[in-house]
Design a protein around this ligand. Structure first.
Ligand SMILES: [Fe+2]
Length: 461
């Protein structure tokens, strides 16, 4: 998705779930080869293919009772959605991943597998392999949610951090802890932090790298808030906000999730299914936040509004229910930044999404959930391979993105790295073209950086 104006088709995971559930039921009712089965299989195959045209893997998860497509909550207006989700939950299935290379015969074997009683003493993985199912994974929700992988992601950014970014994290952590303890928000500290972010952190390529590239930690609310503030600032600059509006968006983004300080941490961090009551508690962070901020003297007028509206879509859906009101443009900017930041960070139940994929996911949400103009501005601002990304080139080299260019979102400047990705070995501008007019380098993919990756020697190269 360059800055193209073609609308991104909204992908709907329900036809896949419905197709699979329907096929499974038919297999229990009709003999194999029955035309009803063949018809249902064609529909399912078509629905899967439709998704795989946009990426190598289709990931559907049911998290907290909601269907997530590629890690993003999918709000369906289809009344049969809840029924399908329940049916799959009864089968013990809460995630379905389908990869490129799958065919109709394999999908049929998956439906058959779901119909037949499973062996309790053998893993789902092994049973799928026995049936030669290699492009489909099924996740099973077991008692007490123990199936959720506990990756043991660190709780905060680690490793060699840019000093100004590290300083902003310390201040944000103190502010959030004080608020959680019931203290008033110290607006002088907030104003100073906003200035630190605008004048120091935003000017440090090392800090931006640590915020924009994939983050291998599960950040607590304070780190998420600093990161969202920085991403919101970049969107604000891209759309040409003046300096006073930049201060307003940074302040609002920094405090957008402050209501989470009123919710028990075990609920905020709970992986797996949430009860109705827990879900309502989580959603209340928007109204709690708006209340706290409205009662704090000295903040800018839009700060409580953004806290209230940042989970509402441009179509007026989402929470809290405020009728069909469209959120303020500042809230819409923070929503884009919030989703990108959440996707590119780790969760106890989810590996971090690489930035190029996260950009595609945002593109998919444009128009329905997010403001299309702002999504385009965001992708232009950070590009598909943001600063600090570790990538593989078409010449088989590994590079670190040291500079990006809004008009060439797929062709950054790289510092070529040694095998250990520790030392730079020269620079290459992948946007440059050879004598024939074509690019000499392409970025093929983003890679997970090694543990304790330090971007600074590459930026300095
Ligand atoms: Fe939030």
């Amino acid at each position: 998705m360059s800055a193209s104006s073609a609308p991104t088709p909204q992908l709907d995971p329900l036809p896949v779930l419905k197709g699979l559930a329907g096929l499974r039921r038919l297999m229990g009712t009709y003999p194999s080869g029955h035309p009803m089965i063949a018809q249902k299989l064609r529909e399912l195959d078509e629905a899967v293919r439709h998704h795989l045209r946009t990426g190598p893997e289709l990931r559907i998860d049911v998290i907290h009772g909601n269907v997530h497509l590629d890690g993003v909550s999918f709000e369906s207006t289809d009344p049969s959605a809840a029924q399908i989700v329940r049916e799959l939950a009864d089968l013990g299935i809460d995630s379905l991943y389908i990869r490129e290379g799958v065919d109709a015969a394999e999908l049929s074997r998956v439906a058959e597998f779901l119909w037949q009683p499973r062996k309790a003493d053998e893993s789902t993985e092994a049973q799928l392999l026995e049936r030669d199912i290699r492009h489909v994974s099924l996740g099973k929700l077991v008692a007490l949610d123990t199936r959720w992988r506990s990756q043991g992601w660190p709780d905060a950014p680690f490793g060699p951090l840019d000093p100004t970014y590290a300083e902003s994290l310390v201040i944000a952590q103190q502010t959030f802890e004080d608020t959680a303890a019931g203290k008033q928000i110290d607006t002088v500290t907030i104003k100073d932090l906003v200035q630190l972010l605008i004048h120091k952190v935003a000017r440090s390529n090392a800090a931006l790298s640590q915020i924009l590239a994939v983050k291998q930690y599960e950040n607590l609310t304070y780190a998420h808030s600093v990161n969202v503030a920085m991403v919101s600032l970049l969107i604000g600059r891209q759309v040409g906000l003046d300096e006073s509006s930049i201060s307003a968006i940074v302040e609002a983004a920094l405090l957008h999730d402050i209501g989470k300080t009123k919710i028990p941490l075990e609920i905020v961090k709970k992986p797996g299914a949430l009860s109705k009551r827990e879900r309502a508690q989580i959603e209340a962070h928007t109204t709690f936040g708006a209340e706290i901020l409205a009662q704090t003297d000295g903040l800018l007028p839009l700060t409580p509004t953004v806290a209230l509206e940042h989970h509402r879509s441009v179509k007026g859906s989402g929470y809290p229910d405020l009728g069909t009101d469209v959120p303020h443009i500042m809230s819409q900017m923070v929503s884009v930044a919030d989703i990108y930041e959440a996707l590119t960070g780790a969760r106890s139940y989810q590996d971090p999404t690489l930035p190029d994929r996260a950009c595609l996911i945002l593109a998919r949400l444009a128009g329905e959930k997010l403001n299309t103009f702002l999504v385009k501005a965001f992708v232009s601002a950070i590009t598909f391979f943001p600063l600090g990304s570790v990538v593989r080139t078409s010449r088989g080299e590994i590079g670190v993105v040291v500079s990006t260019n809004a008009s060439e979102p797929l062709h950054p400047v790289l510092a070529i790295a040694d095998e250990q990705i520790r030392t730079p070995r020269g620079r290459v501008n992948t946007a440059e073209r050879g004598a024939s007019g074509s690019y000499e380098y392409h970025v093929l993919e983003t890679l997970r950086p090694p543990e304790n990756f330090d971007v600074t020697p590459f930026l300095a190269a």
